[in-house]
Design a protein around this ligand. Structure first.
Ligand code: SAH
Ligand code: SF4
Ligand code: F3S
Length: 466
């Protein structure tokens, strides 16, 4: 962390001391966005704000935005309409950050239609939040703090984690893939990896604090350190780590950590060393998130995904042959420009063949500035929805069958806490990320338990301790 920012944290903390101030943070995006919110929360709490879910009692409201699909934008504008009255009534400080703030047309729209905000900050300036806040507290001028260039990797930010059993660790920022539908490379900048030492020390610290499960985050985790290697940048190896596969192997050795997950890898970068590391590392979960996006080779080409339907299926086959008990989850977009009925049937075909554990389904959403938005053969809304429903039906029927197959099996489950819907029950997840609820004493929380699955429901299983 940069010294001046630490000093500004101190300065704001002094101004705020004894005032019993509260803050809310609204996190609107993916797990990396959530991880950024944990860092923001860490910074904000050091400046003497305590967290509240209640917007009306907040002195500071922070929006951490997402722009990957249109509905994420709609949510921000809806919420801003709601918080305007708090600003007017009690002068609540409104700060808006995250991916959407890297889009110029959005910041223009904010200035025009929601001019009451105090701070906007981008994905590369999160660490400067204390400085921005200090200025607002000192002379209350509106601040736009957005950088177009790629931010450096900033280490040493305070962090306030949402959970005490599972933790996310960002291993790389940005994306170099430019899939033609996707806004992320434009708002998160170019790929840059954190140093092995920083990652491993963070995870060792988490293990000491009692964390059991680590999720490694990045837009393309299996190209970890690739850019650095390709550009012959010198970086310090640590415990033999110089790639994603060696990183997995090093984390697997950390005592106390029981499970390792990662999102998202890219199928094109799934090299044999990564597949072998997953096979060899007992703590790496055997559910692999392998984003498909489309099952049609034609569509994949226009999407700039750099693999064909056959290559994807071959990769799945290779992993099935190498990694015992491997399962898959995926992301699929329906209604990408030019997608024909035959293309869509190819997607259904891959879904049938792979029999995913879980499918995150999205309707294509046009994003300003991406090649997809400029394509002329956009698919009418009703066709997109009709295809989405057909895919959903297929996926749900597969999940129903899979759920039945779980009944009677023994599963190792990490018990995560009390069930949100029923205080009497505990909840946890299998290696394959299935939710399992069970009746058991609270002292099982944070432990791995062997459970017999006794019944199945659409979105969860029921288990019994054996
Ligand atoms: N880097 C990750 C995650 C990207 S965003 C990856 O490549 O898998 C998460 C998901 O949102 C993507 O996998 C994709 O399925 C979906 N998505 C991205 N842009 C989209 C768009 N314009 N419309 C609909 N879905 C989109
Ligand atoms: Fe977007 Fe593709 Fe990068 Fe994922 S890999 S963030 S989908 S451009
Ligand atoms: Fe994540 Fe949304 Fe940004 S998906 S990377 S928060 S655009």
């Amino acid at each position: 962390m940069i010294i001046s920012q630490l000093e500004d944290i101190e300065k704001v903390a002094k101004i705020n001391e004894g005032k019993n101030l509260k803050y809310s943070i609204l996190t609107m995006g993916c797990q990396q966005n959530e991880n950024d919110s944990e860092k923001l929360s860490g910074i904000i709490e050091k400046m003497h704000y305590t967290k509240t879910e209640n917007l009306s009692e907040s002195d500071l409201i922070v929006f951490n935005t997402c722009c990957v699909r249109e509905n994420a934008e709609d949510r921000l504008f809806g919420k801003l309409g709601e918080v305007k009255k708090y600003k007017e009534e009690k002068g609540t400080i409104i700060a808006i950050g995250g991916c959407m703030m890297q889009e110029k047309h959005i910041v223009e729209k904010l200035k025009e239609s929601y001019p009451f905000f105090d701070i906007v900050f981008g994905t590369h300036t999160l660490h400067k939040f204390p400085t921005d806040l200090l200025e607002i507290l000192s002379n209350r001028k509106r601040i736009e703090d957005i950088l177009d260039i790629d931010g450096e990797v900033i280490e040493g930010l305070p962090i306030k984690r949402d959970d005490n059993i599972k933790a996310s660790v960002t291993i790389m920022n940005g994306c170099n893939n430019f899939c033609s539908y996707c806004i992320v490379p434009y708002v998160r900048g170019r790929e840059r990896s954190r140093l092995p030492k920083d990652i491993l020390e963070e995870i060792k610290g988490l293990a000491k604090d009692g964390y059991k499960e680590i999720t490694l985050l990045g837009q393309n985790v299996n190209s970890y350190l690739r850019v650095e290697r390709e550009q012959n940048k010198t970086f310090e190896e640590y415990e033999g780590v110089n790639s994603f596969a060696t990183l997995l192997r090093a984390i697997n050795k950390i005592d106390g950590i029981e499970r390792i997950r990662f999102i998202s890898p890219h199928p094109k970068d799934f090299t044999d060393d990564v597949i072998e590391a997953i096979r060899d590392c007992n703590k790496v979960c055997k559910l692999i998130h392998l984003p498909l996006q489309s099952g049609s080779t034609n569509v994949l080409k226009v999407m700039n995904r750099k693999y064909t339907k056959e290559q994807y299926l071959n990769l799945v086959e290779k992993m099935r042959n190498t990694i015992p008990n491997v399962t898959f989850s995926t992301d699929i977009i329906v209604g990408f420009p030019g997608e024909t009925e035959e293309d869509f049937v190819d997607t259904l075909d891959v879904v049938k063949k792979v029999n995913f554990e879980q499918v995150y389904m999205f309707i294509y959403s046009r994003r300003v500035g991406t090649p997809g938005d400029k394509m002329e053969n956009q698919i009418p809304e009703e066709i997109k929805h009709e295809r989405f429903n057909r895919l959903k039906e297929l996926v749900e029927s597969q999940i129903a069958v899979r759920n039945k197959e779980y009944v009677g099996t023994t599963q190792t489950v990490l018990i995560e806490g009390k069930s949100k819907t029923n205080e009497q029950m505990l909840t946890g997840r299998t290696d394959s990320n299935k939710v399992v609820v069970l009746e058991a004493k609270e002292d099982l929380i944070g432990k791995m338990a062997n459970l017999k699955i006794v019944s199945e429901h659409m979105w969860y299983l029921k288990g019994k301790v054996i």
